[in-house]
Design a protein around this ligand. Structure first.
Ligand code: KIV
Length: 272
């Protein structure tokens, strides 16, 4: 049964209600007004203006060249195009790692552009920054596991949290973000068992991508879910255009699959 949520712009309180009711939360990336409207019309609850726009919109190999101005521009477009979804803006590489003050300045610009929350990558090392932002009125979503802004340190886009030591570190990172005031956390490309344990350990919403079905919700990169451009994608990606009659139909199928926990399936998950 669906929890009662508003038809106006959703708030953190609305998402907390869904979470408390045990309803899976559906998040998609969006970068423009048209896709934002399409995803809104399918019942998507959260739109993330991800720095993945560096890859799928700008054609870069990594997310590293994306700027605060880029994210602000796309956030404003997504806000104009949608009415109901909760809007989260990614903090790009180099816009928050230097100091909490730098993070606040850039997060404030994204909130002014229309975001209701910012997302930043990193664990325990970002806790002071998360606390600084939250205490000054900026809701924060953490992001642990595969953190694409650290691709050159990680040595590639690899599954994280494998093995006991890495799993313990990831759990400590997630806990530190929650303790600092983060109210949502993205778990990317980690074993499904570990994501389930982190979700059980935390009292905040976990959003999985390549992290199995037991997270509180799922995020999909819109170009991946709609197979744009056509071709092979990461193991956790499902092509919702398969069997769909339109983009709207594909988006509705994706929402239904997350809500019913039929996506992600075992074929989309990583072993410990
Ligand atoms: O930038 C992005 O799209 C993201 C998601 C993959 C979570 O961070």
């Amino acid at each position: 049964m669906s929890a009662q949520v508003a038809t106006r712009r959703l708030t953190q309180a609305d998402l907390a209600k869904l979470y408390a009711a045990g309803e899976k939360i559906v998040m998609f990336t969006a970068y423009d007004a048209s896709f934002a409207r399409l995803l809104d019309g399918a019942g998507v609850e959260c739109l993330l203006i991800g720095d993945s726009l560096g890859n799928v919109i700008q054609g870069h190999d990594t997310t590293l060249p994306v700027t605060v101005a880029d994210i602000a521009y796309h956030t404003a477009a997504v806000k104009r195009g949608s009415g109901r979804p909760f809007i989260i803006a990614d903090m790009p590489f180099g816009s928050y790692q230097e100091s909490p003050e730098q993070a606040f300045r850039n997060a404030a610009a994204l909130m002014a552009a229309g975001a209701q929350m910012v997302k930043l990558e990193g664990g325990q090392e970002m806790a002071d920054t998360v606390r600084f932002l939250v205490q000054r009125g900026i809701p924060v979503c953490g992001h642990v596991g595969l953190t694409p802004q650290s691709v050159h340190v990680l040595g590639g886009y690899k599954v994280q949290g494998k093995g006991e030591a890495a799993a313990l570190r990831l759990k400590a990172d997630a806990q530190a973000l929650q303790d600092a005031g983060a109210t949502m956390i993205v778990l990317e490309a980690i074993p499904a068992v570990l994501a389930a344990e982190v979700t059980a350990q935390l009292a905040i919403i976990t959003i999985g991508i390549g992290a199995g079905k037991d997270c509180s919700g799922q995020v999909m990169v819109v170009h991946d879910a709609f197979d744009i451009p056509p071709g092979k994608k990461a193991k956790f990606v499902k092509n919702f255009m398969e069997g769909a009659t339109s983009l709207h139909d594909a988006a509705c199928r994706a929402v239904a699959a997350v809500k019913s926990a039929t996506y992600p399936g075992p074929e989309h998950t990583y072993a410990a």
